[in-house]
Design a protein around this ligand. Structure first.
Ligand code: UDP
Length: 383
């Protein structure tokens, strides 16, 4: 069975890395090739190196001032020779990026079976000026096999009249990635400069609040409000250290450095490569973020998460109580953070819950399903 795995950004790389490893460990069934579009360059390469993944095709499409018209058409055009060269049976795309959407269309043109990993997430807001919901839905239209992380995502696909036989609930592959990484980071011979540096920044006598944020919907007033609430939390709670790896986007860098640089117990640091970030998540008391992946990972480490968004395509953790939506409302961010810092019952309740996103076996389920399907097909052919 010929597999082609295509991805382009950091979160996709993290979530596809364990699938690459799973397929590579089952070479008796699969011939697997990896194609990166490099929609993100530096942040993607760090992930590849940590997971020891060597892409077979690197389209290297990141350009200064890249826009979505150019990126979408570049991905489709540049995938043509890859698809024609390798002729995959199955192409795997992940999530909701421009790479996901354009690669699924190109694979459809090539006649390969499209497998969507992390299928069925929905905000139900197609009016948003940002393309993620459109990317998910368009990909869903050309997908042959939907690997849905949860029952909720499965239900979303059924509500769109997708054939039930094409949907498999697997859990989210990010948990597979996280468990692999926690083990690797903890292993004796793992040597990491970034983690050593972090050890000298982290103040062991303080409660560590980890912050990340990058979402375009928060650019502008959103980030200003976020920064002002972090400043208030830092000033009012001297027993707390806030560590904030600041995303490279200038719309994030500018307000964050302007408003928080001089606050005593806030440490602003460059974005971290995945192993150091995993180390810091484990070391933290609670996490404030607008990231999708972090919301899914944190419950597995027993860390409560406050999410700086008003809507989420990941309602499961909110329902399970491991995640609380606080938006970018200053008062709410300060109030909920203070509550978790000072009320140990509330904290314990949120940190003890189980992770609704999976058990670390999503990739095994995906590979087993492909094998099962092909056995059935082979049997039918024999009859
Ligand atoms: N992450 C990282 N370094 C950081 C911040 C986040 O490696 O400085 C990881 C995080 O653990 C998660 C992924 O990057 O697995 C999430 O990426 P991001 O927040 O950029 O995207 P999203 O999940 O919101 O699409």
């Amino acid at each position: 069975i010929k597999n082609l795995i295509i991805f382009g950004t950091r979160p996709e790389a993290i979530k596809m890395a364990p699938l690459v490893k799973e397929f590579q460990s089952r070479e008796d069934y699969f011939e697997t090739k990896i194609c990166i579009t490099a929609q993100h360059r530096e942040m993607l390469d760090q992930v590849l190196s940590f997971f020891e993944i060597d892409p077979d095709y690197d389209l290297d499409l990141m350009k200064p001032n890249q826009n979505l018209y150019g990126l979408t058409s570049d991905i489709i055009l540049n995938l043509k020779p890859v698809l024609e060269d390798f002729k995959p049976d199955y192409v795997y795309v992940h999530g909701d990026t421009t790479t996901t959407m354009a690669a699924s269309i190109a694979s459809f043109y090539a006649g390969a079976k499209v497998c969507h990993v992390e299928a069925g997430l929905r905000t139900f807001n197609m009016q948003s000026p940002f393309p993620e919901e459109m990317n998910r839905c368009v990909t869903g239209v050309v997908t042959d096999l939907h690997f849905a992380p949860t029952e909720t995502s499965r239900k979303n696909l059924i509500d769109e009249n997708k054939d039930v036989d094409t949907i498999v609930v697997t859990g989210n592959t990010v948990i597979d990635a996280l468990l692999y990484s926690v083990e690797k980071v903890k292993s004796e011979n793992f040597d990491n400069e970034e983690i050593e540096k972090l050890k000298s920044i982290v103040q062991s006598d303080k409660k560590l609040v980890l912050v990340t944020g990058h979402r375009r919907e928060n650019h502008g007033q959103g980030f200003i409000d976020i920064c002002e609430s972090l400043k208030q939390i830092a000033i009012e709670n001297t027993d707390v250290q806030i560590i904030y790896p600041v995303h490279l986007n200038p719309n994030v860098q500018k307000p964050v450095y302007q408003l928080l640089k001089k606050v005593e117990n806030i440490s602003l640091i460059p974005p971290l490569a995945y192993p150091a970030f995993v180390w810091l998540m484990e070391r933290s008391y609670l996490i404030i973020t607008d990231s999708g992946g972090v919301q899914e990972e944190a419950p597995s480490l027993g860390k409560p998460v406050l999410v700086m968004r008003n809507t989420t395509e990941r309602p499961e953790a909110v329902d399970a109580g491991t995640v609380l939506l606080v938006g970018t409302d200053k008062e709410k961010i300060v109030k909920e953070t203070t509550r978790l810092l000072n009320n140990s019952n509330a904290y314990t309740e949120m940190s003890k819950l189980h992770n609704p996103y999976g058990d670390g076996k999503a990739c095994e389920r995906i590979a087993n399903h492909i094998i099962k399907l092909n056995n059935k097909e082979w049997k039918e052919k024999l009859v």
